[in-house]
Design a protein. Structure first.
Length: 479
């Protein structure tokens, strides 16, 4: 009897196996620490680490400067803001490549459990190393490798708790999604208050403590987790024998999906700038006071995460109601609608900045909130819907591989976000944000052209993203 079959009678945790409790809280604290650190990263670099008297302490800074000046600056010396943006871009984009390494380790060498433990240890070490200027780049390396070991393997273990016919699977991923969102919402609130409000190393330290709690919870529930799949050449040969050959039509679809990646990358530049220089811009240009409470700019990521959770649920409800009365748009149609909303949302920042400059005051928080609402409505119709499209039309023999391919648009997008972010101190805010709005709008036009010209290649029953798909979205990951 398999572990999934054994868990069919285990309903200790709200009707679910006890293992789900451990995995959900493991992921909640992991996201708490990850996004808590990300909320501080660019602010920390621009306000302390990369300034004279501090930057000289970073081990390997001369080599790193040459690399970033050549790669992101085209050979010119980057300003502090541009260098910080480039470092963020390299870090946040590489996070979407290392899961390939994590998957290799889990599937062929270590198994999922040991790979997750290794990843958690590396991430905890990375957060603590962030508290010291000299080990900054070593800290980022540990965090990138650790996230690669964790991303995907934890979600795979959630699925492993249930048999193929167990109807509790969707509910399990919904609980898992709630855990993710909880960590993303509270992480920046806590680390922002400590790191930006008191001292940077306090914020990074509490992120490290959060990761240690995540590891402790995972290890304490180890006996409740599904066993790792078989390793070795025989297991790989058996899996390969079950795969059906790929047809020429399927290869044509794969090529189209790959060609869509740059368009998808353009669609995320407004959303993903929230993690990069948006807090820096808000710190200098926005009035962050609301009803007597003043947000720290690093806490805006928590605001966005909360709005994202609400809008994600509202969009699922909206399309269900819409489909009862009118034909529901297909995936490309929803993505085009999403790009329109996101472009308008980013344009609100440009308009708010322009009006504030004319009036001689800071941008009102209402403009920022309007940006988050419209952008997150757009995000809910782009990222999870795009993932649903890729998983639906990809050949079955390449389904897992095409999910990894889909995430490559975030690698491209975050690198572009880093390049654009480097222009913040060279452009006025209105022009800076309008540039992003135009790029997102161009993505919408690109998807419209694809829909009109070759949309029939991707036709089929347009499915609403399931809970597992929403989990992959990581509450705006923002991934």
């Amino acid at each position: 009897m398999t572990a999934a079959e054994n868990s069919a009678d285990d309903r200790w945790f709200f009707g679910h196996p006890k293992g789900l409790l451990y995995l959900a809280f493991t992921e909640a604290w992991e996201r708490f620490s990850y996004y808590g650190m990300v909320a501080l990263l660019t602010l920390y670099m621009t306000k302390q680490l990369l300034l004279p008297g501090h930057m000289e302490h970073i081990a390997g800074i001369d080599l790193a400067r040459r690399f970033f000046d050549e790669t992101y600056g085209g050979g010119r010396t980057l300003t502090v803001v541009a260098l910080a943006s480039a470092i963020w871009a390299f870090y946040s984009s590489t996070v979407y490549l290392t899961p390939l390494l994590g998957g290799f380790l889990a599937d062929r060498l270590l198994g999922r459990t040991r790979t997750v433990v290794l990843g958690a240890c590396l991430m905890a070490l990375g957060h603590f190393l962030m508290a010291f200027e000299v080990t900054f780049f070593l800290a980022l390396i540990c965090l990138v490798l650790g996230a690669g070991c964790l991303k995907g393997n934890l979600a795979a273990q959630v699925g492993g708790l249930y048999g193929p016919k167990d109807t509790r699977r969707a509910d399990a991923f919904q609980i898992y999604l709630i855990a993710i969102n909880t960590g993303v919402i509270f992480g920046p609130m806590v680390t922002g208050a400590l790191g930006q409000g008191i001292a940077w190393h306090y914020g990074f330290g509490v992120a490290g403590i959060g990761m240690l709690l995540s590891l402790a919870i995972y290890l304490s529930g180890r006996r409740r987790l599904p066993p790792d799949p078989p390793l070795g050449a025989k297991a790989r040969a058996a899996a390969a024998a079950e795969r059906a050959p790929t047809t020429s039509r399927e290869w044509r679809i794969v090529v189209l999906l790959v060609l869509l990646l740059p368009v998808l990358a353009l669609s995320v530049v407004g959303n993903n700038q929230i993690q990069n220089v948006y807090p820096v811009w808000a710190d200098n240009n926005a009035d962050l006071s609301v009803l007597g409470f003043r947000f720290l700019s690093s806490q805006l990521l928590s605001v966005d995460s909360f709005v994202s959770v609400v809008t994600m649920g509202l969009m699922v409800w909206f399309w269900r109601v819409w489909s009862r009365r009118l034909p529901e748009p297909d995936e490309l149609g929803k993505i085009i609608i999403g790009c329109i909303f996101s472009a308008i949302g980013v344009a609100c920042l440009a308009l708010g900045q322009s009006l504030a400059m004319t009036a001689g005051h800071k941008v009102a928080f209402s403009w920022l909130l309007l940006f988050h609402v419209l952008n997150d409505i757009g995000f809910a119709n782009v990222f999870p819907v795009g993932l649903a499209l890729y998983t639906r039309v990809a050949p079955r023999s390449m389904a897992g591989f095409m999910v990894a391919v889909y995430y490559l648009h975030l690698w491209l997008g975050n690198n572009l976000v880093g390049i654009l972010g480097g222009r913040l101190d060279k452009m006025d805010g209105a022009t800076f944000w309008m540039m992003h709005a135009i790029l997102v709008g161009v993505a919408g036009v690109g998807f419209l052209v694809v829909k009109l010209l070759v949309g029939h290649w991707l036709r089929g029953e347009a499915t609403e993203p399931d809970i597992a798909t929403l989990v992959a979205a990581d509450a705006g990951e923002m991934p």
